[in-house]
Write a protein that binds this ligand. Structure first.
Ligand code: GTP
Ligand code: MG
Length: 194
């Protein structure tokens, strides 16, 4: 999948603007503002600047759809915390719940911040809708190996407690150093074939 060049398809601010429900397998990236969603998509498709990123939280304000040939569709989401919860929840949840070609949702978390209440809330919603998700820890380059492992273990322990639809492998990435991107690509390819 990642051999095809990535292209921008469409931005959507509400459900009516979402590209038609296609047969192309889709994966979506969610997480708090500034966690590194847009940077990760650029890293995954190896095209800096395909998706705009910013050090200011709340940069991505629309759902942005990208595709790799006709094999895979990637969706960048506004972070939670920028839109009011109801607004975020309303638009995005109904997309997540109704999107037939959505194979997996990637929830991004910063290992130096740990699992936040907003992450727990979204996981609960996904669990109650039976939607498959997987946790990706971002900005690995900011922590020493030891600190990263400890943070990851802590998050994994939280996941074991309650999550139902969580894919039982937490991945770590750095969009800066490109660490972990191959493993995530492999996971996405697998998920998209399910
Ligand atoms: P919103 O669109 O506001 O929800 O944010 P986002 O989750 O899309 O984050 P974005 O990719 O725009 O990145 C936010 C900031 O984190 C930017 O300043 C990035 O350069 C930085 N960043 C993203 N990924 C990494 C990473 O792997 N390592 C480091 N050190 N910084 C990163
Ligand atoms: Mg963004």
């Amino acid at each position: 999948f990642f051999l095809s060049p990535a292209e921008f398809v469409k931005s959507a601010t509400d459900l009516s603007m979402i590209p038609e429900n296609t047969m192309i397998p889709e994966v979506a990236f969610v997480g708090r503002s500034n966690i590194g969603k847009s940077s990760l998509i650029n890293g995954l498709v190896n095209r800096n600047g395909l998706v705009k990123t910013s050090s200011k939280p709340g940069h991505t304000r629309m759902m942005n759809f990208f595709k790799l040939g006709d094999k895979l569709s990637l969706v960048d989401m506004p972070g939670y915390g920028w839109k009011s919860r109801d607004e975020w929840g309303g638009m995005i949840l109904s997309y997540l719940q109704n999107r037939k070609n959505l194979r997996r949702i990637y929830i991004l978390m910063d290992p130096s911040h740990g699992l936040k209440e907003s992450d727990a809330q979204i996981m609960k919603l996904l669990d109650s809708s039976g939607l498959s998700y997987q946790v990706v820890l971002t900005k690995m380059d900011r922590l020493s190996k030891t600190k990263y492992s400890a943070a990851k273990a802590e998050i994994e322990a939280e996941l074991v407690k309650g999550s139902i639809c969580c894919f039982p492998l937490v991945l770590g990435v750095s969009s800066k150093t490109k660490d972990g991107l191959d493993e995530l690509r492999a996971a996405i390819v697998k998920a998209s074939q399910l």
